[in-house]
Write a protein that binds this ligand. Sequence first.
Ligand code: IPM
Ligand code: MG
Length: 358
Amino acid sequence: MKNYNIAVLKGDGIGPEIVDEAIKVLDRVGEKFDFKFNYDFRLMGGCAIDATGSPLPQETIDACKNSESVLLGAVGGWKWDTLPGNQRPEAGLLGIRNALGLYANLRPAKIFEPLKEASPIKDEIIGDGLDIMIVRELTGGIYFGQRGRKEDNGIPAAYDTEMYNVKEIERIARVAFDMAMKRQKRLTSVDKANVLESSRLWRETIINVSKDYPEVELNHMYVDNCAMQLVRNPSQFDVIVTSNIFGDILSDEASMISGSIGMLASASLAGSTFGLYEPIHGSAPDIAGQSIANPLATILSVAMMLRYTFAEKEAAEAIENAVDEALKTARTPDIYKEGFKKVSTSEMGDLVAELAVK
Ligand code: IPM
Ligand code: MG
């Protein structure tokens, strides 16, 4: 039997609850498709701060490096909000992305047919559906540029720096073009080249890389326009490639088109099969421990793990189809609608696990 090694970082807030459900689903699917998962549970984020003083202990980094993939819940919470930036739970998240070289973040935003009514976008705008892949650069840009405090003519000031080098742009461009080749061969590169020098280099570099992909129809869009187009006419998009910060913002927006931020999964890749998988949403401390969180984004993240890291396409599809099926009858409170069964976090996990092996 095949054995797969996964480092698991449950994190804070709703992290542990949703990760437990994803593991439940993985184990059931493993039984059916004849593979076994070994989990190495480690601390990252606020829980790691409480236990060790650091949001990202070295042993967590080592455990991730020794595994074939990483499953992450979410980090952060009010409790740690007043800590200095480099000691916050979020610093652990940025640190692990960086330490593992996870520069390519794939965030698929799609409409699940049974959830169509949960989308705030009108039916006629959604049309036949919506299936966008956002490719977000994850280890560069303003998230990792120089930052600090200083005085500006005696007035306290602060700065963060957006910087990209050509190599960083080229490698994320290739991921996006390759992705477009596997899909509808349309790529939108999002930048702010009318204002930012870093965006002008971004655009030039994307155009250079596009010469290797003559079949892909490339267009460029300013980020403000893209934010508008996502709600005006989302089906114009196939693959979107963009910087770290623009991708952060646009993926939250795109998740809402699909009904709930609780539905959007993500894969962070390092140019090989190794990857870190996490829902795009946060730790939601306000609803933690109540078993009302939606575990589907995390469950869909492990489906991505099966697809991208372990090349277990059939098992990945079984999970994705099970999510689709589950939504026909059951809803967590965030996507609840009259006529459906209102279920808890773990009931949703049970149902998907059941349907995935049917
Ligand atoms: C995300 C999150 C993180 C980010 C935060 C928690 C640091 O919003 O994964 O989108 O900004 O990347
Ligand atoms: Mg975000």
